[in-house]
Design a protein around this ligand. Structure first.
Ligand code: LP5
Ligand code: MN
Length: 241
């Protein structure tokens, strides 16, 4: 049955080889059989520029290139950890960068996809932080810094984020119900797929009096998580690495 796959929040890094191995197996097994693969952000734990020579990045690019050359197109939406993934890296993977909100028409269904961080509007501290680091001039300045300084800044930000999160209420870090409804109404969809919150679930909703659903992808900590969309189903799946 023709289908497309969606994943997010793998947080790939050198320190977690089991997750990388799980992703590479997923690319060879599941993704090959899909009509398209959509990566909805936070593929990497942290991205500080396409010029970072980390061997992990080259390995992932080579495997994604193999997938895209074999005939499965791959699309990428930035996450809050890898919003600096650029055209150069995307090109080396053969994948297409999408805007932060994208409406798809798949198998007769309209589906909105995004990373999910923009829906967390109650997290004012994060939204302020996001607004700052998304300023093009600041990104250009950051990318012009030597790699070791960028690594240092990224580590400081990660530490700052961990500290801030430890004192934040759990509900603040989830999506805001009105933000969800507004985004879905804006794009005229009854299905939304996103990641970011690491709270995998299928939430039934009512949007403008019509039944709708929000599917949340899981993070790849100890198992993989994907959503498969075909003509017959839209389903959240977990699988071992
Ligand atoms: O990522 P996670 O799961 O910990 O929490 C997120 C939000 N945090 C972030 C920050 C990222 O983790 C940092 C990633 C950096 C990698 C790329 C570097 C590129 C730099 C480019 C500069 C132009 O996204 C967190 C949310 C949580 O999700 C749930 O939604 O709450 O938000 C925060 O924690 C934001 C805080 O409220 C404030 C941020 C403190 C940052 C401290 C900055 C220190 C800067 C030092 C510079 C020298
Ligand atoms: Mn995220």
């Amino acid at each position: 049955m023709p289908h497309s796959l969606f994943i997010a929040d793998l947080h790939l890094c050198e320190e977690e080889p089991a997750i990388t191995a799980g992703f590479l197996a997923f690319l060879k097994r599941d993704a090959r059989q899909a009509e398209a693969l959509y990566i909805l952000g936070d593929l990497f734990e942290a991205w500080i520029g396409d010029d970072d020579p980390a061997p992990l990045h080259a390995e992932i690019a080579a495997e994604l290139r193999t997938l895209t050359r074999s005939g499965t197109p791959c699309y990428f939406i930035h996450g809050n950890r890898d919003f600096l993934v650029g055209k150069r890296f995307a090109q080396s993977c053969g994948m297409t960068l999408l805007p932060e909100e994208k409406r798809l028409e798949l198998y007769g269904k309209r589906i909105l996809i995004m990373h999910g961080d923009t829906l967390c509007t109650d997290d004012k501290g994060y939204q302020r932080f996001r607004h700052r680091v998304h300023q093009p001039w600041l990104q250009t300045l950051f990318l012009a810094l030597p790699l070791f300084i960028r690594k240092h800044i990224a580590a400081r930000m990660r530490a700052g984020s961990k500290q801030a999160n430890s004192s934040k209420d759990m509900t603040i870090m989830d999506v805001n119900a009105d933000a969800v409804k507004q985004a879905m109404s804006r794009h005229h969809v009854r299905c939304l797929i996103h990641g970011h919150t690491h709270r995998p679930a299928v939430h039934p909703l009512t949007i403008n009096g019509e039944s709708a659903e929000r599917l949340v992808l899981g993070a790849w900590h100890t198992q993989g998580s994907m959503i498969r969309v075909s003509e017959n189903e839209t389903v959240l799946i977990f699988f071992p690495f």
